[in-house]
Design a protein around this ligand. Structure first.
Ligand code: ADP
Ligand code: MG
Length: 256
């Protein structure tokens, strides 16, 4: 019998991460399955955002940081000397906790990075804007106001615009760092529905401190505690019958 190896788009191998001499992550080995949603949970300060930023080399932008071990994207170490971090970030997009649109029009928010990467034809840009905004389920709300400033949108709309902006670069992976923590419940529900739709096309890795959210949106969950991956498993298993006592204490609200 042939065993089919599961398709993991990102794999980390024994990753340690340092801010100066402070070790924020220890020995992280984790596999992210292609076109699935993986949630990273754990108490504040356990290293969730640090790990997320490691996956697309965003930590490079912070002085004095150091990575040990390997982060494989499609089996290639993204920290190898010949890898272009800009290309890594194009293929592995990111959405942050607070919506951070550019102070530009809705249209120009979506086209900003694609223009820099060489797409200049008006019709191509228009098609890209429509497609990205539709994918982010924002098109119907903004199609008549594309030239208006993104800053006039509600927080929830701004966050969906940031998702559209990331999608416009046609990434393979979308990293989301607590994408709904600044949003109201209705906007949060919209983003969660959107995640469910996007996973048909993208691999999604989401940091959340909202355990109900992790349970609702993800197939896999990793529980972190003080820089270590304590338990990684199917979300249902983590939330119903975790193997490790610390995970159970956290998900039942005994600490964190
Ligand atoms: N830029 C930084 N410089 C120094 N230490 C940092 C920096 N960012 C985060 N840390 C530290 O690294 C640890 C993990 O932080 P973080 O990844 O933000 O945790 P989480 O996202 O789980 O709340 C914390 O102890 C935090 O204080
Ligand atoms: Mg964080």
């Amino acid at each position: 019998m042939v065993t089919v190896e599961k398709n993991f788009i990102i794999k980390t191998r024994d990753v340690d991460f340092f801010y100066g001499s402070f070790r924020a992550l220890t020995n992280i080995t984790i596999n992210f399955e292609t076109k699935r949603v993986t949630a990273l949970i754990g108490p504040s300060g356990c290293g969730k955002s640090t790990l997320l930023r490691l996956l697309n080399r965003m930590n490079d932008l912070i002085d004095g940081t150091r990575v040990e071990g390997e982060v494989l994207f499609e089996d290639r170490n993204i920290y190898a000397p010949d890898v272009d971090p800009v290309e890594v970030r194009r293929r592995i997009g990111m959405v942050f906790q607070k919506p951070n649109p550019f102070p530009k029009s809705i249209f120009n928010n979506v086209t900003f990075a694609p223009k820099l990467s060489g797409i200049t034809t008006k019709s191509d840009l228009e098609a890209l804007v429509e497609h990205s905004l539709k994918q982010a389920v924002l098109w119907d709300e903004v199609k008549d106001i594309l030239n208006r400033s993104a800053m006039t949108l509600s927080g929830g709309q701004q966050q969906r615009l940031c998702i559209a902006r990331a999608l416009a670069m046609k990434p393979d992976v979308l990293l989301m760092d607590e994408p709904t923590s600044a949003l109201d419940p209705i906007s949060t529900a919209k983003i969660e529905e959107l995640i469910d739709e996007l996973k048909k096309y993208y691999t999604i890795i989401i940091v959340t401190h909202n355990m109900q959210q992790a349970a609702r949106v993800s197939e896999f969950t990793g529980f972190f505690y003080i820089g270590k991956l304590i338990e990684f498993n199917a979300t249902e298993k983590i939330f119903t019958n975790p193997d490790v006592k610390q995970t159970e204490d956290y998900i039942t609200g005994r600490f964190g």
